[in-house]
Ligand binder design. Structure first.
Ligand code: MN
Ligand code: MN
Length: 469
């Protein structure tokens, strides 16, 4: 019979993540987000994220890939690529030729990298030149406390890890900005031009040597301090990988602690939730794989990005360790039958910038994991467009497990756009769907995510690993 109630059932409505949760789930969500904040604080670079992932994997019974000659159902392994990219797998009970279930996310985030020859002195201040990495709004990186993270070699050839600016007593660094009193010209410029790339120099010192007469005394004093503290010299910088990231810790946001505010949540929020999901998988039917890649923010190129052969090689080796060997035909069959959730963040509808969104196809904070059939720019350029059949199967799995999900696009048509690793995975010849946690202030030093969405992403990946066939 047609009545109001029956008609309303016909409409698509998103669910509020909090209202469909049990009180127990709310508690799990809050505890999980406490762990998530620690994960963010301990992993501000792709290398640190890999280290943190290994620690969590070992605690949960995963073994380094090379320690296993053969793999059988229930085996849990991980495989690291150049300290920046990691793949975890739990071997399933089904024949691997039926395919594997993959969740892929990235652990690199927009930041300022030090130039290879960065150090200079100007007006008796020592500074470091940077080259930004990924899509940043440059003005957001001035006048905020910054930390230096990364790796380099001492003059004795010893590799050391650097992290300065995170402990209470550490100094921090910063990019200075012009005072408003003198910013008449700057303020009339376009936002994209107000701060120039070459102006993103980090202030690191201001006291010269007082016992030695030498030009650039402040710079030499800094070099001397670095030499005494870390055993490095100026040439150290030329091979170093040093990343400048916000120095503050992840925080709860809101009187109700409803959001997480932190640097690097794109895409560590999906890395954390997919990692947590696979750590809890026991013996799935299909082999479960979680891959955390580097270089997404600059196009997925390079030997640690999604376009690297690392993924293919790791999967081929897994097949070989299960079956005794892996030929091209077997490998192709496994890939063709596999499914991937490309888990990357999406834009959460922001009422402050409502004009950038098309409301009917936007993701809303607190309404669950965002599912994107396609990403891309303009006429879907550069997108992996998931098929109707695959998307329907995925949504059925999410519905069966009471996951709050919402369908969205990344903003208005022709408003800009973006891509993920989805297309590179899809190019291998498997089904891929883009999905992830909606983010406010994406790519800023302080990105914001809703805890209900973090929990629902975790629940979605778990449902996928356990129930997608
Ligand atoms: Mn991303
Ligand atoms: Mn991004």
């Amino acid at each position: 019979m047609t009545n109001k109630e029956n008609l309303e059932k016909l409409a698509y409505k998103t669910k509020n993540a909090y209202t469909i949760m049990t009180p127990e789930e709310r508690k799990i969500m809050m505890d999980m987000c406490d762990d998530y904040r620690i994960f963010l604080d301990n992993g501000k670079t792709e290398r640190e994220c890999v280290n943190e992932t290994i620690k969590m994997a070992l605690k949960n019974g995963f073994m380094p890939f090379d320690t296993k000659e053969k793999l059988v159902a229930g085996d849990k392994i991980y495989c690291v690529n150049r300290n920046k990219n990691i793949l975890l797998a739990v071997i399933g009970s089904d024949d691997i030729e039926k395919g594997i279930n993959i969740v892929g996310s990235h652990i690199d985030s927009p930041r300022l990298d030090l130039k290879q020859n960065p150090l200079y002195e100007a007006e008796e201040m020592a500074l470091l030149k940077t080259h930004y990495y990924g899509g940043i709004k440059k003005y957001q990186w001035t006048a905020v406390p910054l930390a230096i993270h990364g790796v380099c070699y001492t003059t004795d050839g010893e590799k050391i890890e650097i992290s300065i600016g995170e402990n209470e007593n550490d100094p921090v660094f910063c990019v200075t900005d012009l005072l408003p009193h003198l910013a008449q010209d700057q303020m009339s410029k376009k936002l994209s031009e107000a701060i120039e790339g070459e102006a993103l120099n980090i202030l690191i010192g201001g006291i010269g040597l007082n016992d030695i007469e030498i030009d650039n005394s402040v710079k030499y004093n800094v070099l001397n301090i670095l030499n005494i503290s870390y055993g490095i010299d100026e040439e150290t910088f030329l091979s170093a990988e040093l990343e400048i990231v916000p120095a503050f810790k992840a925080k709860n946001v809101g009187f109700d602690n409803s959001f997480v505010g932190a640097y690097g949540q794109d895409d560590r929020v999906c890395a954390f939730t997919s990692l947590k999901s696979i750590l809890e998988v026991e013996v799935p039917k299909k082999t479960a794989v979680c891959i955390l890649v580097d270089k997404e923010e600059i196009g997925s190129e390079g030997n640690t990005g999604m376009m690297s052969k690392f993924f293919d090689m790791a999967v081929a080796e897994i097949i070989a360790k299960i079956k005794g060997s892996c030929d091209m035909i077997t490998y192709n069959k496994v890939i063709r039958n596999s499914a991937c959730m490309s888990s990357d963040v999406s834009a959460a509808f922001d009422p402050n910038y409502a004009g950038a969104f098309e409301k009917q196809n936007s993701a809303f904070a607190g309404h669950g994991i965002a599912v994107m059939k396609y990403t891309g720019a303009r006429g879907k350029a550069g997108s992996s467009d998931a098929s109707c059949e695959f998307l329907h199967k995925i949504l059925t799995v999410l519905n069966n497990d009471n996951v709050a999900w919402q369908s969205c696009e990344l903003g208005k048509v022709d408003g800009g756009g973006g891509g993920t690793i989805a297309k590179y995975v899809a190019n291998l010849n498997m089904d891929v769907i883009d999905c992830g946690v909606p983010v406010l202030s994406m790519h800023s030093p302080f990105e914001v995510t809703a805890k209900g969405d973090i929990y629902m992403a975790y629940k979605a990946y778990k449902a996928f690993y356990n129930n997608f066939e």
